[in-house]
Design a protein around this ligand. Structure first.
Ligand SMILES: [Fe+2]
Length: 276
């Protein structure tokens, strides 16, 4: 029988009968069933289909070693957060997870107390907390990778000179505590100079993310934790363009005065790790 719109899905599914890898078979079958369903429901014209293919082509072409347009696409469509929710169901009081985002990269090891704002200027901020398990037992020697944008809304990897700034790795101390100095993070737009930016414009959506600092925490015997701390009061908390805000991750910035009478913000973020 000829391949036609009534038997198309079955014909392609049948072609998968020899796949030995059961997981691959499940994934491919689901993709085909759903993709065919979209085409049947929308009935795209051939021009529209080429437009879709060109969009994905441009998304790939925009990627290089410091730009990941496909992660952005997954983020703005809520796929990254859906995946995160499915893979990180929390049973107890552990710190909730959120998206990795496109700006993670390796960072230099620092001592506790170091200022990670090497070049960027801004309002001083001290970030600290204690890392514990879900019985409140401190975890010493946990590795914390932290990264954030500055008041200009940019991450170091987005700048021409690529000088490492506002990112570091540190270890929790014997009592499970950690502390680093930085500048106050600011809300920022995700990069809009690529196909994902065009998409947001076409969808009448803004590109902003509320102010946050990224954390990736690893400790032996515990699940790796990828999360953010968000700043209370930010105007984009309710409409994060990548859907990544969780109420349990929002913290207040407290104004303080240091010994030199300089004003700084204090941000406390305790982290509860989940056992493996
Ligand atoms: Fe970010």
């Amino acid at each position: 029988m000829d391949f036609n719109e009534n038997n198309a899905t079955e014909a392609v599914l049948n072609s998968f009968s020899k796949i030995k890898d059961e997981r691959l078979k499940k994934i491919m079958s689901s993709i085909i069933r759903n993709l065919h369903q979209v085409v049947k429901e929308v009935e795209p014209t051939e021009e529209e289909w080429i437009k879709a293919i060109m969009f994905l082509t441009k998304t790939g072409q925009k990627c290089d070693d410091r730009r990941q347009e496909f992660i952005l696409l997954s983020d703005v469509l809520g796929v990254s957060m859906l995946l995160d929710s499915i893979n990180n169901r929390k049973s107890k009081n552990e710190t909730e997870t959120t998206v990795l985002g496109p700006f993670h990269t390796t960072s230099p090891m620092i001592e506790n107390g170091t200022n990670i704002a090497n070049f960027v200027k801004g309002e001083n901020c001290v970030v600290s907390g204690i890392i514990t398990d879900n019985n409140n037992i401190p975890i010493p020697g946990a590795s914390l990778e932290v990264w954030q944008s500055g008041p200009d809304g940019l991450y170091d990897v987005q700048k021409e000179d690529r000088v490492v700034d506002l990112r570091a790795t540190l270890l929790s101390l014997d009592d499970g505590s950690y502390l680093f100095r930085t500048v106050k993070p600011q809300y920022y737009p995700i990069p809009v100079d690529g196909p994902v930016g065009d998409l947001l414009k076409n969808l009448d959506r803004h590109p902003y993310r509320p102010a946050h600092i990224h954390f990736m925490v690893k400790a032996k015997g515990f699940k790796d934790l990828i999360t953010h701390v968000f700043i209370d009061g930010d105007k984009y908390l309710e409409s994060d363009t990548v859907f990544a805000v969780k109420q349990s991750l929002i913290r207040k910035l407290e104004k303080n005065i240091d010994e030199n009478k300089q004003e700084y913000f204090k941000l406390n973020f305790d982290i509860i790790m989940e056992k493996n």
